[in-house]
Write a protein that binds this ligand. Structure first.
Ligand code: FES
Length: 56
């Protein structure tokens, strides 16, 4: 499922990034470009990031 429509970032992309060492929204944006356009996905991106981190 898409978290960021603007940049086509999915929950799977976020989980993959976390497995590669991402641990903050800034890092996640650098790696996936999530939240770098309209920004409306920021809350969902944070939630997905927290979920991914808690599943490590
Ligand atoms: S939906 Fe993610 S930047 Fe627009």
């Amino acid at each position: 499922m898409y978290v960021c429509i603007c940049n086509a970032v999915t929950e799977k992309d976020i989980h993959r990034a976390v497995k590669q060492g991402v641990s903050s929204l800034d890092q996640l944006s650098e790696v996936t470009a999530v939240s770098l356009r309209c920004g409306s996905c920021q809350k969902k991106a944070c939630q997905a990031l927290e979920t991914a981190l808690s599943n490590l």
